[in-house]
Structure formats: C-alpha cells, structure tokens
Design a protein around this ligand. Structure first.
Ligand code: BG6
Length: 496
C-alpha cells in the first residue's frame, strides 16, 4: 500500500504515557516525523507526553529534537519539518496512579480535535491495568459524545496465559475490544504484511501451499545483539516469552492461516486466531522433547571478545534464562496435518536474519536412477523479513557441460531492486492505522491468548526440568538446537 496516495489521518489528541522512555524517542517520534513528512498527519494533531518527571512542553520538544538530530546519521533531519511537528508537542507531568493526572488529561481533549483521543501505553507493563482502570474511572474512554477513544497497549502483553487473560479482562472491563490496539511491531514491517499479499494475490502459491507439497516450515529470528541495556527485563523474560507468542507466532500465522473472506480486521484476525489456536498443546514430556533452550557464553566476533550472557549488566551471575530457543510445533488442521513448524530465535548469533524457509517435499527420484547424481536437495522458498528483504526460491539446475551435474540456483525478488525503500521504523503504519481506526494489524484478545496457550506447555515443562545448553556468542545456537531437526532427518536452512 502506498501511503502517499491516502488521506491524512483525522485530528486527535495522542497521549504518550511513558513519554521519557526509550520507545517514544527511538521509535514513536521518528515514526511520527516520517508520517508528517508524508503528509499523513492532521495539522491539528496534538501529541501530549505524559510522565512523572516535571518538565515543560519546551523541555520535552528539545529533548526529542536532540535525539532526532543525533540519530539522523545522514544529517538529513529536515529542521522545517521538525519545527512543524514540534509545534504539536505538549507535556503533562503526572503520576500514572493519581486520578488528578487523568483529570488534567481530560481537559486537554477538545472540540478542535472532535473529542478524539488515543492513549498510547508506552510504559512498563506493570502500569497497563492501572492506567486503563483510571482512564475508565475518569470517563476518558467514553465515546458517547462522538469522538473516538482508543488505547494502544505495547508488548509484553502478559507473561503467561493466566496473566494475559487477566490483563484482557481488566482492559475489557473499561472499554470494548474495538477500542483496544495491542501492538506487535512485527506487523508494522512491510515484509510481514507482504506475506499475505504474496499468498493471496498470486494464484500460483495456493496450489502448493499445503501438506501435499510442503515438507516442513522453519521460522527463524536470529539477532547479533545481546541484551544491550535491557538485562533486568530480559533476565525475567527470556527468549521464549520475548519473541515466540508474539513475533514468531505472527509470522507463523501469516504463513499458515486460511484465506480470509475479506481483508478486514475481523476476517484477518479471525483466521489468525484459528490457526494459532490449532497449534497442538504438547504434554509435558513432548514439550521437553520438542524444545531446546540455550544461553550464550563468551565468544568472538572476528577478534573482538563478546561477553557471555551472565556477564551482562543486571543479569544474575547464575541466571538460567534462555537467550536462544528452538521449538517444534504441529498445527492440527487439514492444511497442515503432519507438517512440522520449527521455530528458533536467539541473541548473539552469527548474523542478523529473520526469515521463513518453506521446505518442499523432494522430487520423485526415478528419472535420475541411472545417473551418478546425488539425491537432489529439497526446494526452499525463503521469505526474508530482514535485513535483506525479499523472497527467493532455491532450485536445482543442470550445470552447463557434458556431465549431468545439478547445482543449487536461486530465483529471487529483492525489495531494493523494485521499490524505493524509505527508512522507516515499522511504527508508521501502526500509528496511522490506529489514527484511522483500522485494527487489522493489531492483535485481538483471542490472538494473544491463543499464543500464550500454545507456549504455556513449554513454560510449565521448563519450570520442572530441562537443560539450558550453552553456545558461544557469535555462533548459531547450541548443537541441541540442530539435533531437533537432524533427529527428523532435516536440517536448518543456512542463515544469512
Ligand atoms: C522486541 C524484543 O520485541 O523485538 C527484542 O523485545 C528484540 O528483544 C526485538 O530484539 C526484535 O525486533 P526486530 O524488529 O529488530 O526484529
């Protein structure tokens, strides 16, 4: 979708709770800047930072400006454009638990913006229920006067099934599902949205997109970074909670869902909920058998020493938190019966690579029976989400020459060869969609709960037993992660 051809979003007061946090300066402000550059924000948009530190609107704007200048390595910050956006900025000092804060926010919602307001919870998750409750008590979620009232909830949404259900119940007590925008920033990525477009607008794919032709699917999110400055959060979270029920399951849903009857929010989210809900709940024994946990120890990147996880700031010296996880899951429906989905994600791996590799069943071998050929390699369709965005088919071709020798070749589409890719944070589409009331790219309560339901058996089994395997930083996870596939006579698609 080219946003340039679509109208600016309606006017609104956008409250950013947690205004002094990282998310606002690193992602939300740059995304708002990009939206403003593309003419997609209303002139009357008001952006109100809300946080407990006393500050003025000017302090808030100056701090963000300094950050925008610093991050703009190409020195391409358009000062005029920034000045226009800075005029929309305001600030409200207030304690998130104090009703007086909400009374003050209420006064800032006005008729110039048709009474429209969005409350973006970019805070620590412990505040989500409290803030929602107080917004409700202050009457700020009441839409009866005509303006819309929406609440954006950041990740992590709960830490297990019970806490996610509790948080949903808490939100739904004070607002309707239609008002809730649960963010998963993976859905803001062009390449993730493109999975649906590729699948459902090219007749070719549907004919082989099932268990007759597909042997298995691999979904990988490999990162080279460690836990950076988030040791305290990560040590209580781990790779499974941080990446699987949200980001990796979103990728799984995009690949595995049935065609929705329409591209509307309910149809799309309904199909996603169904497919995530069809993930087989493993018994404790099977959960242990079908999962591998790893933690990075000191390693190397070239000649540079990379610290081990337990040496990271704010990580316990005897931590057992996993920084790598590999899982095998099965989807119990007609399309995918018998097709394993292997998922893996890890910090401090050799390359940054988020990809889906769809492995097809091997060709019948008969034609080559008389030749010296090795068994042909399976065909893969690789959908690379980042960093080298595109899609590639691995095929077998005859190497030119008198001998019959097969070689792997690639048939590919790289985004950069076809489209002008303007730098984006991934939050642009999500913010625009929230302003315009399109929930397609946001998680519904059942999507979230089904995701936690599918990972809960792993969490429960790991709480009782199971090993955390070490792997050197800068390498691709523990050997046990490879064995998860080799025992099924398969192997991970090469990274990169
Ligand atoms: C976040 C996780 O949700 O996603 C991080 O908390 C992770 O640990 C990040 O690094 C990955 O996002 P991306 O867009 O870089 O793949």
């Amino acid at each position: 979708m080219t946003k340039q051809t679509i109208p600016a979003a309606p006017p609104c007061t956008l409250f950013l709770f947690g205004a002094n946090g990282d998310l606002v300066k690193r992602l939300l402000m740059p995304a708002l800047y990009n939206l403003s550059r593309d003419g997609l924000l209303d002139r009357n948009l008001r952006i109100v930072g809300v946080d407990h530190n006393p500050a003025t609107a000017q302090d808030f704007a100056e701090r963000l400006h300094a950050f925008m200048r610093e991050r703009d390595t190409a020195k391409s910050l358009d000062e005029k454009l920034w000045a226009r956006l800075a005029k929309c900025l305001d600030y409200q000092t207030g304690d998130f638990l104090d009703p007086a804060t909400y009374a003050a926010l209420g006064k800032r919602i006005d008729a110039t913006r048709h009474g429209n307001a969005i409350f973006y919870l970019a805070t620590s998750p412990r505040f989500f229920p409290e803030v929602a409750q107080r917004l409700g008590e202050a009457g700020l979620l009441d839409e009866s006067a005509g303006g819309f009232r929406r609440v954006v909830v950041e990740k992590p949404f709960g830490t297990d099934l019970a806490s996610a259900e509790q948080l949903n119940a808490c939100l739904l007590k004070v607002m309707s599902e239609r008002q809730i925008y649960r963010i998963d920033h993976y859905l803001g990525k062009e390449t993730v949205q493109n999975i649906l477009v590729s699948r459902f607008s090219n007749g070719l794919f549907e004919s082989f997109w099932n268990n007759h032709y597909i042997d298995h699917v691999q979904i990988t999110a490999a990162e080279t970074v460690g836990v950076e400055t988030r040791g305290a959060f990560y040590d209580n979270t781990g790779a499974l909670r941080d990446m699987v029920p949200n980001h990796l399951f979103q990728l799984l849903a995009m690949v595995a869902m049935e065609p929705p009857a329409a591209f509307g929010a309910d149809a799309v989210r309904g199909e996603k909920a169904k497919v995530i809900g069809a993930i087989r709940p493993w018994s404790a024994k099977m959960a242990l058998k079908n999962s591998v946990r790893g933690q990075y120890v000191a390693g190397k990147q070239g000649r540079k020493r990379l610290p081990g996880y337990r040496e990271e700031d704010k990580v316990a010296a005897d931590s057992k938190t996993e920084t790598y996880v590999a899982l095998k899951v099965m989807i119990d429906n007609w399309r995918w019966a018998g097709v394993p989905f292997y998922l893996r994600t890890g910090k401090r791996m050799s390359v940054r690579d988020t990809e889906i590799a769809i492995c097809f069943k091997p060709a019948p071998y008969a034609q080559f029976r008389e030749s010296e050929l090795e068994r042909p390699k399976p065909n893969y369709l690789k959908i690379q989400i980042q960093p080298n965005e595109g899609m590639w088919f691995d095929l077998q071709a005859k190497r030119p020459g008198p001998e019959l020798v097969m070689e792997n070749v690639e048939l590919g589409f790289a985004y950069k060869d076809f489209f002008k890719m303007t730098p984006a944070t991934g939050y642009e589409t999500l913010i625009y969609d929230c302003l315009t009331g399109d929930q397609t790219l946001f998680q519904r309560a059942d999507n979230i709960e089904n995701g936690w339901r599918a990972v809960q058996p792993f969490l429960d089994a790991w709480a009782q037993e199971g090993e955390v395997h070490e792997y050197p930083a800068g390498e691709d996870g523990p050997e046990a992660g490879d064995e998860l596939l080799t025992r099924d006579k398969r192997e991970w698609h090469r990274l990169g």
